[in-house]
Design a protein around this ligand. Structure first.
Ligand code: ATP
Length: 488
């Protein structure tokens, strides 16, 4: 990371804390590694992102429905899905710093450094070697790469490494009141399995016809070997997943279609298109016959935000095998029974939140002539902004607060709005810019005479005079979901 992007990222993280978006968990006890809490504005932004996803995926598709399955599930589910035996990361410890790393990530960091130094051939060769070793589950091979490329521990600076070992990422706990009848259960590492095991429940109760999809938003838990980069890699996080069931043989067409649909969704949020790219998987998971990531260029490089996988009939077949229950669908159009194939789109809500924050954050220099001025601003899409409008009486007296509160009462029924009468109007504008409020409504003396207010726009900082009677209509027009959903 260059100094400039490093500073930018540090500023994003501290801004997120200062204004109540994201706090380290258990902070007064010095925090809990890779666990974060969303503050008063973070929770609003997160809810808006969930709503946008849900509306785009469920509400706009006749053949997609949403569910909310439990976090705890029968332990055999994780045996069937392959997570008990195969949900591992290759880890390596540095004996001097006692720090633990993911071997593949150490190598990826080296590739990024080669690229940054213009050694593209070397980077490509190392990427190929890494892919080959991962593909073959060759742990000694990974160690050899680390040694050959003289990869050192960022903390101790030494290459005094242990062997590479596999580490299962699932958290387990005990269910049941007494030790004798306690059963080991897992905190789900993905929401997908809750969908698969409900496939027939939903299909039958909803009279769904293939192709159809089941969507879900929920928490997932992974005991990540190393957690870093703020809310990028957490031990408790949230996923928004779709499992789309299709007729066998048609899955790659659907895969291509979902790739495009999902990228478009990301672009509507307002990011620079150049910051997004597809990254095809070389090492396919045991269940997939095609897989791609949508990556976003964070200040620390391109990283996965969403995965799109053609999961074949692997999961349903496995559950059929382990549960002894048929997981088949009768397709009346071709008069056949089959286990459907599945396309999955899986996005991490926290990573999405981070893309939105990075896209939106700007420290703007507003100096003109000798006058130094600047502001921190979050350019959220108005439909996603945590606070839609701030209502600001110019002064605290002469009936202006009362007039402003009348407007507040009307708008708060439909929107999350704020009232603020403290400090100068300029300072209040800056505070709203910093939390990304798209509109400020200022009530002044003229408002008492002609029932008009000024409406200030966050991005342009321009102000216009509008009538109070028109406010609801104007705000609805500007922050409504159709601004996002209409572009899909
Ligand atoms: P990575 O390679 O970065 O570990 P993954 O390929 O294991 O991710 P998936 O299993 O495909 O991730 O999960 C789908 C999505 O869930 C990811 O695209 C990501 O946005 C999100 N996700 C996965 N692990 C985490 C985590 N530890 N913290 C936050 N989000 C996560």
């Amino acid at each position: 990371m260059s100094k400039q992007t490093d500073d930018f990222f540090k500023n994003v993280v501290s801004h997120a804390k200062e204004y109540g978006f994201v706090f380290p968990s258990s902070e007064i006890y010095d925090g809990l590694s890779a666990v974060y809490d969303y503050g008063q504005l973070g929770a609003e932004l997160k809810n808006n992102l969930k709503q946008y996803w849900w509306k785009a995926m469920v509400q706009l598709h006749e053949n997609i429905v949403g569910i909310d399955s439990a976090i705890f599930m029968h332990p055999t589910i994780w045996k069937a899905s392959g997570h008990v035996d195969g949900f591992n990361d290759p880890m390596i410890d540095n004996k001097d710093s006692k720090k633990r790393y993911r071997a593949d990530q150490l190598i990826e960091d080296k590739i990024a450094r080669y690229e940054a130094d213009g050694k593209t051939d070397k980077a490509a060769q190392l990427q190929a070697d890494l892919d080959a070793a991962l593909n073959a589950d060759d742990l000694p091979g990974l160690k050899k790469i680390i040694e050959e490329h003289r990869i050192v521990c960022p903390i101790s600076g030494t290459s005094n490494w242990t062997d590479v070992r596999q580490f299962n990422l699932m958290f387990s706990t005990q269910m049941g009141a007494s030790a004798e009848d306690a059963d080991t259960v897992y905190l789900r590492p993905e929401t997908a399995q809750g969908i698969f095991v409900n496939f027939l429940n939903v299909q039958k109760s909803g009279r769904m016809k293939v192709p159809f999809g089941i969507a879900q938003i929920g928490k997932a838990f992974r005991n990540e070997v190393i957690a870093r980069q703020f809310i990028m890699r957490m031990r408790e996080f949230e996923q928004m997943e779709l499992q789309f069931f299709v007729r066998p043989g048609t899955e790659l067409e659907w895969y291509a279609q979902w790739k495009e649909t999902r990228l478009k969704w990301h672009l509507t949020i307002g990011g620079n298109p150049e910051k997004y790219r597809f990254h095809d998987h070389v090492k396919l998971a045991h269940y997939a016959n095609a897989a791609v990531d949508i990556e976003y260029e964070f200040p620390f490089g391109f990283k996965e935000v969403e995965g799109i996988h053609s999961r074949t009939d692997f999961d349903l077949t496995q559950h059929q095998k382990y549960s002894g229950k048929k997981m088949q669908y009768f397709d009346p159009e071709i008069n056949q029974n089959y286990v459907p194939y599945v396309i999955e789109t899986s996005i991490g809500l926290d990573r999405l939140f981070l893309t939105v924050l990075c896209n939106a954050f700007e420290e703007q220099d507003l100096s003109s002539g000798d006058k130094q001025d600047s502001r921190s601003v979050l350019h959220f899409h108005p439909a996603l902004a945590p606070v839609k409008a701030a209502i600001l009486p110019l002064t605290k007296k002469d009936g202006l607060p009362e007039k402003a509160r009348e407007i507040l009462q009307r708008l708060r029924i439909d929107y999350n709005v704020q009232y603020d009468e403290k400090d100068s109007i300029g300072k209040r504008y800056r505070r709203q810019d910093a939390i990304g409020t798209p509109f400020c409504i200022t009530v002044d003396y003229q408002s008492l005479e002609d029932n008009t207010v000024t409406l200030r726009h966050r991005d342009s900082m321009e102000q216009e005079r509008v009538s109070i009677a028109e406010l609801e209509k104007i705000i609805a027009e500007l922050v409504g979901w159709k601004n996002l959903l209409g572009a899909l």
